[in-house]
Ligand binder design. Structure first.
Ligand code: COA
Length: 262
């Protein structure tokens, strides 16, 4: 388990905590690996009835670690792992295949995969200060985690396109109205409310819950969409536009896409 993912299992609830608050819980390869392992192990453990995803610090997640994006881009995308073995792919597939109910508790910003992972959660609680954003295009990238399918299905094309294309944050109130979340609660109540929902779900009959979830989602279709997105994402990582976006983030300046080829 990565030092930046904490795991706690009690009373049927497996709580997985993003614990890299000093870097705003930006997601590293090691964190994806630890989450993938934990979700896979949960599938084999009948004492896990619900998985609760939460985060330490003032925000849920700043999305993928941009330094790691830049390293992959600089290495020309070469990896000694096959696509299916990459930790991020294992994590995304584990989300798509999860049979246990997934509950998420989100405070502050949820950027990129911090938001797209919520599309795979079955019960989403937002603190009143939550802000959801998917600025893939701002980084010259494309949506992932089957969000190119799930986001328009959830919000309709025009809202989903705006979220992807402009990358602006959506408030907790709008996210609730648009069907991205079940509840908005005061920040100080987020932990206890999420625990209460997870505990309630853990008391429900697990067989009926998992069958209900299976009937509501097509895991194979989601994985196919993820794989199609990943292929496009990998190409975009090598683009001059993306290199400019990563340099700009490191230099703490706005990118200038007019000066580079696409
Ligand atoms: N990848 C790597 N490091 C990140 C990061 C990311 N996605 N997001 C934040 N960090 C790091 C910062 O570099 C900084 O590190 P430092 O203290 O060593 O300088 C630290 O986390 C704190 O971030 P900071 O930007 O100072 O916090 P903030 O509260 O002012 O802003 C964000 C928070 C999330 C708005 C801002 O960090 C941001 O825009 N991050 C990038 C989000 C993004 O585009 N993610 C990819 C989506 S596909």
């Amino acid at each position: 388990m990565s030092e930046h993912i904490q795991s706690h299992h009690a009373d049927g609830v497996l709580t997985l905590t993003l614990a890299r608050a000093d870097k705003k819980n930006a997601m590293t390869d090691a964190m994806y690996g630890a989450l993938a392992d934990a979700l896979s192990a949960a599938e084999r453990d009948n004492t896990v009835r619900v998985v609760l995803l939460r985060a330490e610090g003032d925000m849920f997640s700043a999305g993928n670690d941009i330094g790691e994006f830049a390293s992959i881009a600089m290495s020309g995308g070469k990896s000694n792992k096959g696509d299916a073995e990459r930790n991020v792919v294992r994590f995304l597939h584990a989300l798509a295949s999860a049979t246990r109910p997934l509950v998420a508790a989100v405070q502050g910003r949820a950027v990129g995969i911090g938001t797209t992972m919520l599309l795979h959660c079955d019960f989403v609680l937002l603190a009143d200060n939550a802000q959801l954003s998917t600025p893939f295009v701002n980084l010259a990238l494309v949506p992932e985690a089957a969000s190119s399918l799930l986001m328009p299905a959830r919000l309709g094309h025009v809202r989903a396109f705006e979220m992807f294309a402009l990358g602006d944050a959506v408030s907790a109130e709008s996210a609730l109205a648009w069907g991205l979340a079940n509840r908005v609660v005061p920040l100080y109540q987020l932990g206890t409310e999420a625990q209460a929902i997870a505990a309630r779900l853990a008391r429900q009959p697990l067989g009926a819950l998992t069958e209900t979830k299976r009937l509501m989602r097509d895991a194979e279709l989601l994985k196919q969409q993820m794989d199609a997105e990943s292929a496009c994402f990998a190409r975009r990582l090598q683009s001059p536009e993306a290199h400019e976006a990563f340099r700009a983030f490191a230099d703490r300046r706005p990118p200038n896409f007019n000066a580079v080829a696409h």
